[in-house]
Design a protein around this ligand. Structure first.
Ligand code: SF4
Length: 355
């Protein structure tokens, strides 16, 4: 089935879900009125039972209306936008939002305040204003095209944006952030991949959260992109009840490498209003990182980071292996063995210390 047809056949109301899975969907109506719902037939077919990892990511939950300790715009994006839908937070790169919709509305989305709603207004005019800003801001050498999901644009519309970006001499790197290879892999047609390869150096960061999302369809989508010479990375979010388990994360990291996607980041959940029930303690993330580092290939170990509230940017978080930092570094390795390392140029000092 064509991806456009799949999208059109999405479930967008709790009532439709209730009749399929046989539950009282009434309490979810208010949730879907506040935060939009879309589950396309491909992702719907991944759901095996109520409460499984696919269900939790896709199906509205009453807790979204009650856990209000967080913020609608946790990363302060609206204050970092010189023009609507362009966020210029870091010195040499910018985030350019070119589409307001997604193939599925993830319940944990950082931009759930606006993605898929009438509050996210993206028009030709806003895209032109973004391009104009990038033309006048030559310090930006790397643009992340995102949304919503840019792959929900037609090939032609996406190509016209990429072409305009490529005409800006200061832009060296174009990245696309998309969850389509995971949530609607049929979107990645050979036609799309052939178009994208005209705009190198082009990178794609996709987003898988659970190893069972790596289906044959997702693998085919990623192989089409990789065969077009596009380096693929994955950004995963730690989600309570979905993937906050070292065995699940290790399976995910290995599965990603098998489909030629390099694990790039694991993110601590943002403090997004309506998503508090997904957040996990930072110590859990550190323990997961400790279960990866040294226990599997470095290729399978992404960076763990928290995106600082208010627009502070990504802060890397690392398990602590160091016991003493001086001329003689004392640390433990992944097995917990104590090791030491004598710093360069510290020989005399260390000898002196020993008397
Ligand atoms: S695909 Fe990304 S932008 Fe869209 S709802 Fe999911 S997390 Fe948000």
């Amino acid at each position: 089935m064509r991806w456009q047809t799949l999208l059109k056949n999405s479930i967008t109301t709790p009532a439709a879900l209730g009749s399929r899975f046989g539950f009282d969907s009434g309490p979810l109506r208010a949730v879907a009125e506040r935060y939009p719902m879309r589950i396309n037939p491909y992702y719907l077919n991944l759901i095996r039972e109520k409460g499984d990892p696919f269900w939790l990511q896709a199906v509205p939950d009453e807790q979204e209306l009650h856990d209000m300790v967080c913020m609608p715009d946790p990363l302060g994006e609206e204050h970092l936008s010189p023009v609507p839908n362009l966020i210029h937070k870091y010195p040499d790169r910018a985030l350019f939002l070119v589409h307001s919709q997604c193939a599925m509305y993830c319940r944990f989305c950082t931009r759930k305040r606006k993605v898929g709603t009438g509050d996210m207004v993206i028009t030709r005019e806003t895209i032109d204003a973004g391009l104009d800003y990038l033309r006048k801001t030559p310090e930006v050498r790397d643009v992340l095209v995102s949304g919503g999901d840019p792959l929900l644009l037609s090939d032609e519309r996406l190509e016209s944006i990429l072409k305009s970006l490529r005409r800006i001499p200061s832009i060296e790197i174009i990245r696309i952030g998309t969850r389509a290879p995971c949530t609607l892999p049929m979107r990645v047609t050979t036609r799309l991949a052939t178009m994208l390869k005209r705009y190198h150096p082009l990178y794609i960061n996709t987003h898988f959260n659970h190893p069972d999302e790596i289906t044959p369809e997702a693998a085919l989508a990623c192989s089409r992109l990789a065969n077009a010479g596009i380096p693929l990375g994955c950004q995963t979010v730690l989600l309570r009840g979905v993937n906050d388990d070292p065995r699940i994360i290790k399976r995910l990291m290995h599965g990603l490498l098998r489909i030629r996607v390099k694990p790039y980041y694991i993110f601590q959940g943002d403090m997004t209003e309506g998503t508090d029930h997904f957040r996990t303690p930072i110590n859990k993330g550190l323990a997961i990182m400790k279960s990866l580092i040294g226990h599997t290939s470095g290729m399978a170990v992404p960076k763990f980071a928290v995106d600082a509230p208010g627009g502070g940017g990504k802060i890397p978080l690392q398990p602590d292996y160091v016991h003493h930092l001086g001329a003689n570094l004392v640390f433990s390795n992944f097995r917990g063995d104590i090791c030491s390392y004598q710093d360069a140029g510290a020989r005399g000092q260390v000898t002196g210390d020993r008397g």
